[in-house]
Design a protein around this ligand. Structure first.
Ligand SMILES: NC(=O)c1ccc[n+]([C@@H]2O[C@H](COP(=O)([O-])OP(=O)(O)OC[C@H]3O[C@@H](n4cnc5c(N)ncnc54)[C@H](OP(=O)(O)O)[C@@H]3O)[C@@H](O)[C@H]2O)c1
Length: 330
């Protein structure tokens, strides 16, 4: 079996701007388990395999090594810059006036690029936690969501589009009520919204809300993030690859349940960004979206797998006086 996929065979989607984006990308968060060297080696392998979309972020702490990979791949002629769709995100401690540009400037220097294809506001709060912290960690400076404060950051995001440093600006970890509060005030609407999406957490309301407004959903933790940081693990969490609805499709097709999760997401119309440092896995993740999409009946079966099981609860971003992680998602 070939160890690469022709990128032209990977379906793509059209954004409101007219730009095309591959229907699947690769995540680059090492989940506090894989260091920058391992993640950047995987990015290099993934370019070789045919990936063209990469989901980066300054807080993942690996953009400098990933940038070396991009520089080498573009410099050697393996791939042209315009064939890549590279995203990054402003971290919570860099919201507000002036900081967005500073943050993007560092990311561009690290990634060795002149522009990113998409720049996200990573979380709609300026709240941050120490890298690698435990689930009980709280920052006493944390605050609840404010549309006014968010818009001050978004206005900075709009400026970087005018400067040609980001082709698209985007949001992540939003809810319908937060979008209702900010979308009417946006001079430039978000092109993409990154949200947690996997069979046990389908977010139908948020997903439909975005689709209706021509905002492309991007699904993180698409396989149910089995190796997520310990702070994001709770005893009641569901394992997506063990859901009966997912396993029955996997068994019938003779494929790994992880691939069923990805095929489900692509057929539904969102863009999964699975992570792996193992070539066997990231290659099969890419290949699966070029082969035999799920049928209507299989899609209907997996629609029933929703357990409303949010994995990235974000409790480390809670502010003094907040009752619980649900407060982040109102
Ligand atoms: N915007 C946000 O706030 C946010 C939050 C979380 C994540 N993200 C993004 O989303 C990306 C993906 O999320 P994630 O890494 O948490 O979860 P994920 O992609 O659902 O799960 C990754 C895990 O799945 C395993 N895996 C991948 N392909 C597999 C396959 N074919 N068969 C079996 N196992 C497979 C990997 O294990 P092996 O390494 O052993 O292959 C890896 O540990 C991140 O890397 C990041 O870029 C964004």
């Amino acid at each position: 079996m070939a160890d690469s996929i022709d990128p032209a065979k990977v379906p793509s989607l059209s954004l409101v701007s007219g730009a095309r984006i591959p229907c699947i990308g690769m995540g680059t968060f090492g989940s506090d388990r894989y260091g920058p060297a391992e993640v950047s080696a995987a990015v290099s392998g993934a370019i070789r395999c045919g990936y063209r979309l990469f989901d980066c972020a300054s807080v993942y702490g690996n953009e400098d090594l990933i940038g070396k990979v991009f520089e080498d791949a573009i410099g050697s002629g393996e791939v042209k810059r315009e064939e890549l769709f590279i995203t990054s995100k402003v971290w919570n401690d860099m919201h507000g006036k002036g900081n967005v540009l500073l943050s993007l400037a560092k990311t561009l220097r690290d990634l060795r690029l002149d522009y990113v294809d998409a720049y996200f506001v990573h979380w709609p709060f300026p709240n941050y936690h120490a890298p690698g912290c435990g689930g009980d960690a709280r920052n006493p400076l944390s605050v609840s969501f404010s549309a006014d404060r968010f818009m001050r950051t978004w206005e900075e995001m709009e400026k970087i589009v005018g400067m040609g440093l980001a082709k698209h600006i985007c949001m992540s970890n939003m809810t319908v009520s937060k979008l209702e509060a900010v979308l009417p005030r946006c001079g430039i609407k978000p092109a993409l919204i990154e949200m947690e999406l996997h069979p046990s957490f389908q977010q139908p309301e948020l997903f439909e809300y975005c689709v209706k407004r021509n905002i492309q959903p991007v699904g993180y933790c698409p396989i149910g993030s089995p190796n997520r940081p310990d702070r994001d693990k709770a005893p009641e969490d569901v394992v997506d690859t063990e859901l009966p609805e997912v396993m029955s499709v996997a068994r019938a097709r003779g494929i790994h349940p992880a691939l069923v999760c990805l095929k489900w997401q692509v057929r539904r119309g969102s863009i999964p960004i699975p992570f792996s440092v193992h070539e066997k896995n990231y290659l099969s993740n890419l290949r699966c979206v070029t082969e035999a999409p799920l049928t209507d009946a299989e899609m209907a079966g997996i629609a029933k797998a929703d357990r409303n099981c949010r994995l990235v609860k974000g409790q480390v971003f809670l502010w003094p006086g907040a009752k619980g992680w649900e407060d982040l998602w109102d």
